[in-house]
Structures are given as C-alpha cells and as structure tokens.
Design a protein around this ligand. Sequence first.
Ligand SMILES: CC(C)(COP(=O)(O)OP(=O)(O)OC[C@H]1O[C@@H](n2cnc3c(N)ncnc32)[C@H](O)[C@@H]1OP(=O)(O)O)[C@@H](O)C(=O)NCCC(=O)NCCS
Length: 183
Amino acid sequence: MGCAIRARRVIETERLVLRRWQADDAAWHHALCNEPRVRATLGAAPTLADSADVIVRQNGYQESHGFCFWALEPRTLGRMAGWCGLKPGTPPIEGETEIGWTIAPDLWGQGLAREAAEAVLAWAWRNTACPSVVAITATGNTRSRALMQRIGMRHDPARDFDHPALSANDPLRRHVLYRIQRP
Ligand SMILES: CC(C)(COP(=O)(O)OP(=O)(O)OC[C@H]1O[C@@H](n2cnc3c(N)ncnc32)[C@H](O)[C@@H]1OP(=O)(O)O)[C@@H](O)C(=O)NCCC(=O)NCCS
C-alpha cells in the first residue's frame, strides 16, 4: 500500500475504511444513488456529472472544515460502497454539524452503518469543538431513523422542517431532526 492511499484514510474500524474521495468513486456513487432502494429515500438520482460534483464538494468540505461525508469502503470489497461522515449544516440547519450516511443495499442489515456512524461520532468529539451533532432525514425513512436511535440520537420535533430543496408535493419534503450532545 502506497503512502498516498494511507494518507487518504481518515477513520478505520474493524470492517471499514472511511477515506477522502477520489475521482474514480464517481461511477460507484452514481450507481449507488440510482439503486431503487436508495432513490426511495434520497430522492432524485444524480447524473454521473452530478456525482463528480458531489466528490468535489465533499473534498471541498474536507479542505475548509477538516471533515466531510467520507467515502466508505468495506475492507472485504476494496472499493467505495457508501459514505458516512460530517459536514457543516446548510439552511435551515446552518451552524450545526451534521452526520450522514448511506450504504449499498446489499450490505444493509450487518451493522456496518452503525459501525461507521459510531466511529464518526467518536472522531467528532475528539477532533472538533462542536457541542452536539445533528442528523436529518425524510420523516418516512425508518431505517435511517432507527440508526439515529441506535447511536444515541434523540428526535427534536420542534426542529422538524420542510426541506427547502424539495417541492411542496414531494413525499420526502418533511424532515425530522435528531441530535446527540457531546458526552
Ligand atoms: C440508513 C442505512 C445506512 C441503515 O443501514 P442498516 O444496515 O439498516 O443499519 P445498521 O448498520 O445499523 O444495521 C442494522 C441492522 O444490522 C443488524 N446487524 C447484523 N449484524 C450486526 C452487527 N455485527 N452489529 C450491529 N448490527 C448488526 C441489526 O440487527 C440490524 O438489523 P435490522 O435492520 O433487521 O434491524 C441504510 O438503510 C441506507 O443506506 N439507506 C438508504 C440511504 C439513506 O436513507 N441514507 C440516509 C439518508 S438521511
């Protein structure tokens, strides 16, 4: 393994590596977002060009804030199969530090998202000064909400909101907000 590969790694767990994005992740990102079970919760799927933009944006957060939604690579797979990490909240959650995740559906139900999310939270408490971390998702995204609960986040109904990027008749528009305080 070369130094460049090691330098891209940010968090390592028993089964996963979370690392900076690289240009050839775009095709995997695009395929993952177009998977029907992912589209059902994330909404409109990106084009390949959009996926390339996502990578540029996430690497930009890494440069400006020292964190991003890192590319997630199961050790057994040796390629990107999701993401998990932190990013600065955008309206209406500006000022918050947001945790987020997505895993390829064939890897659901193995505790991999939880393993990643718990490692990301531990990283956040060690490496940032944020007093709390929030997570947001569409109201009906039960798998994501269950994960929020499992890692100790609690729903704050007073902060639920309509996602400004989604139209009034979009079933994903209503969002819930969960929070965990710094231990
Ligand atoms: C949200 C998402 C990441 C959750 O993934 P997940 O695999 O359900 O979550 P976890 O990693 O916590 O796994 C939990 C399951 O693994 C099981 N499991 C198996 N082995 C395990 C282990 N070693 N450790 C922990 N849990 C384990 C648990 O019992 C649980 O099973 P259940 O789903 O039958 O209750 C995934 O559904 C996803 O990517 N969804 C689409 C995109 C999306 O919605 N992203 C979030 C937008 S806000």
